[in-house]
Design a protein around this ligand. Structure first.
Ligand code: 6PG
Length: 466
């Protein structure tokens, strides 16, 4: 058999889907997996695509099956398995063979791997879940441009397509690709949490049944909120459990899992001093959700928030508007964080291209991203909430966001991400804030110094020692 254009190690859900996608785009691919049976069952089940796939049983056989200079995608669990696989492969490779980590790696690990790599190495973020990997994910690349260019034809062919533009973009050097993927996931967490909070108001505050909630999300998906996450939220709310006949949401345990990428975003945001409160709130909400027993104890101690009492106080239109404002705020925070990292790491991250890259294939794809790309093209240094189109969204909808958060809070319905959105919006439109008090306190107890409104410099002191 002719040598393969590319190799892939790791035939888990994402790896298998990506390998089929590559084969489906008429590239020849060699595959390897730790368990040999998986390699053969994958090949056997590949149907017509099997002709493009070379199953291999050993790493030596795998490496020998590839065209040189080789390009090898790793789709193994993030962390130690990636290092183990690199260590096993490198001695078998030539100096210019390229290893591509396509898992959800922590970008700091990617930077470290690149620093000690003895050959070409790329870190690429792949978004879109199993379906995306199979039919077209969004791909965010990081590493040396010349290495990206070597595999760009394959990555662009397998990526999602937005009106003729492939959603596969080189983001910059080092860990830039995995960093952008982490922020994508941070936004994903915030967007999902805001949707869940609005669902909570419909279910507990307005007493709506799941079918009506599903219909509402479906209707919203026809307007400014059009997005993959709103679309699937409608489908989730409308689905029925085949075992009990109940709405599926009535049988899914309310304890959210997380693999860690969203958390990395929040940790990195703290390092960068980049404010991303909606993302942080979403992570806290997932952490709290997993404390199911404690929450049950709290409910028996303090009582649950009252049911169905928000009719008349909040309308479905206001909920939609609140979600529009919340969405603008959480994307604005994510892009501002990317801008901060770009400066900090010297990556020159292409903000408009990132927005364009997210327009199709990825989990946070949404109609708003096209306008975000235009706004970031006009001025990539401006917070998105100040760009005219998004400022208008906020002017039109922040009142509803405030109403929803106030009424929900008054009645004991937790809305951490939406509430953080109101606080962020208000902080960002307050010319004179309250940090003068913080500075006064710092100077009082530690002589840390402060800036004055009427003089330059930041080492002025108060009268406390007089
Ligand atoms: C994507 C997703 C994906 C992520 C899962 C689970 O872009 O396709 O972000 O990469 O791993 O959605 O993430 P959590 O387990 O952290 O929710």
């Amino acid at each position: 058999m002719a040598k393969a254009d590319i190799g892939l190690v790791g035939l888990g859900t994402m790896g298998s889907a990506l390998a089929l996608n590559i084969a489906d785009n008429s590239f020849d691919i060699a595959v390897f997996n730790r368990t040999t049976e998986k390699v053969h069952s994958f090949h056997d089940e590949a149907g017509d695509l099997a002709d493009h796939i070379t199953p291999t049983e050993t790493l030596e056989e795998f490496v020998a099956a590839l065209k040189t200079p080789r390009a090898i995608i790793l789709m193994v669990p993030a962390g130690k398995p990636v290092d183990g696989q690199i260590d096993a492969l490198r001695p078998l490779l030539d100096d210019d063979d390229l290893i591509i980590d396509a898992g959800n790696a922590n970008f700091h690990d990617t930077i470290a791997r690149m620093e000690c790599a003895t050959g070409p190495f790329l870190g690429i973020g792949v978004s879109g879940g199993e379906e995306g990997a199979l039919f077209g994910p969004a791909i965010m690349g990081g590493g040396k441009r010349e290495h990206w260019d070597r595999v760009a034809p394959i990555l662009e062919a397998i990526a999602a397509d937005y009106k003729g533009t492939p959603c596969a973009t080189w983001m910059g050097e080092e860990g830039a690709g995995h960093f952008v993927k982490a922020v994508h996931n941070g936004i994903e967490y915030a967007d999902m949490q805001m949707i869940a909070e609005v669902y909570g108001i419909m279910r507990d505050g307005l007493g709506m049944d799941m079918a009506s909630i599903g219909d509402t999300f479906a209707r919203w998906n026809e307007g400014p909120l059009q997005s993959y996450l709103v679309e699937i939220s409608g489908e989730v709310a409308s689905a029925t459990d085949s075992k009990t006949g109940k709405p599926i949401l009535d049988v899914i345990l309310d304890a959210a899992g997380q693999k860690g990428t969203g958390r990395w975003t929040a940790i990195e945001a703290q390092h960068l001093a980049a404010p991303v409160p909606a993302i942080e709130a979403a992570i806290v909400a997932r952490n709290l959700s997993s404390r199911k027993d404690e929450r049950a104890m709290g409910e028996s101690l303090f009582g649950a928030g009252p049911q169905s009492i928000l009719q008349g106080a909040v309308t479905l239109d206001q909920l939609e508007q609140a979600l529009i404002a919340g969405k603008v705020i959480c994307y604005a925070q994510g892009f501002a964080m990317i801008a901060a990292a770009s400066d900090n790491y010297g990556w020159a991250l292409p903000l408009p291209k990132i927005a364009e890259n997210w327009r199709a294939g990825c989990i946070i794809r949404s109609a708003m991203l096209d306008d975000m790309a235009s706004a970031l093209t006009e001025d990539g240094t401006r917070n998105l909430m100040f760009a005219p189109a998004f400022a208008q969204y906020l002017k039109d909808n922040h009142g509803a966001l405030r109403q929803v958060v106030s009424v929900g809070t008054l009645h004991g319905i937790a809305m951490p991400a939406l509430a953080s959105g109101v606080a962020y919006f208000d902080a960002m439109r307050t010319g004179r804030g309250t940090a003068d008090m913080i500075q006064g306190q710092r100077d009082f107890f530690g002589r840390h110094g402060f800036g004055r409104v009427d003089a330059s410099g930041d080492d002025h002191h108060g009268p406390w020692d007089d």
